[in-house]
Design a protein around this ligand. Structure first.
Ligand SMILES: Nc1ncnc2c1ncn2[C@@H]1O[C@H](COP(=O)(O)OP(=O)(O)OP(=O)(O)O)[C@@H](O)[C@H]1O
Ligand SMILES: [Mg+2]
Length: 261
């Protein structure tokens, strides 16, 4: 990347990052080197997050933000390092195993609803790898009870939904598996401001009331940091700055580089 980022001070070490979480750490990434094919994108990357905490990854295009989510979920080549949930190593589990046995759900950056399926069918797709489909029905029903916007359109094809409603459906579909960790890539991308607020309200509700642990990537650094307990600024596959979301909003370097200040 260009050298506008070179002036940043000393990068935080694992101890600094750990101190941003409580004692009770839910997900840990230790000294991860990962990428695609033979190409290493993340270099000695560490991450710590407690249960029901939220962490936002910001940084320039190509810094490796999505690659962090991909690595947690199991879409990258991991050369070395460890990923753990509640102290149990999960580094090499497949995405299906991660979703099913350890409760990690991934909400894609791209539009991923099935346009010709109904809202309800889309929701049930979220539980496709559950053995007990009965349980998926119950979860889908709970979600429809909770979100009127989806309930009103349950029998209509998903293509009739607005952008904000689609994003809500994408998030809800992941919830059918009752995950404990939600990985969310660019929740606000392509949405009008009123829908952006709606999406962050929903994520906030999931964090506070349902105790979900949330790791998100957000191009809108201000929104992402306002929402999140913790923020990491990623530059060239490494964390250059980390802090509490509130503190990063006040940080001069973050302001200059990412908040247009
Ligand atoms: N599937 C892939 N195969 C090969 N290289 C990839 C793949 N996905 C991403 N990369 C490369 O990895 C690097 C980091 O990409 P990544 O998508 O993690 O960046 P990002 O920080 O999420 O950027 P953006 O803000 O543009 O979404 C980039 O150089 C990119 O070209
Ligand atoms: Mg990305």
């Amino acid at each position: 990347m260009s050298n506008q980022y070179e002036v940043l001070g000393k990068a935080p070490d694992a101890e600094d990052l750990k101190n941003l979480s409580s004692e009770d750490i839910h997900l840990t990434i230790k000294n991860l080197n990962a990428g695609y094919g033979k190409m290493e994108i993340l270099h000695n990357f560490d991450l710590f997050i407690s249960k029901a905490q939220s962490l936002c990854l910001i940084g320039p295009n190509g810094a490796g933000k999505s690659t962090i989510l991909h690595s947690i979920y199991g879409f990258t080549n991991i050369f070395s390092g460890k990923i753990e949930i509640d102290g149990k190593e999960i580094t090499n589990l497949t995405p299906a195993e991660k979703l099913k046995s350890v409760g990690i759900a991934y909400i894609l950056q791209d539009n991923s609803v099935f346009p010709d399926m109904t809202v309800e069918e889309n929701l049930l797709m979220g539980g496709f790898i559950k053995d007990k489909t009965e349980e998926s029905y119950q979860e889908a029903e709970k979600i429809l009870d909770k979100y009127e916007r989806l309930r009103n359109r349950r029998s209509q094809p998903a293509k009739v939904l607005s952008g904000g409603e689609r994003r809500l459906l994408e998030i809800s579909r992941a919830l059918v598996m009752k995950p404990s960790v939600l990985l969310v890539d660019e929740p606000s991308i392509g949405l009008e401001p009123r829908y952006i607020d709606m999406v962050f309200e929903i994520l906030g509700d999931l964090q506070k009331n349902e105790k979900k642990t949330i790791i998100l990537v957000e191009q809108n650094a201000k929104k992402g940091l306002e929402f999140s307990d913790i923020g990491y600024v990623l530059v060239s596959g490494q964390t250059a700055i980390a802090g509490r979301g509130d503190d990063l909003l006040k940080n001069d370097d973050v302001g200059r580089l990412f908040l247009g200040g």
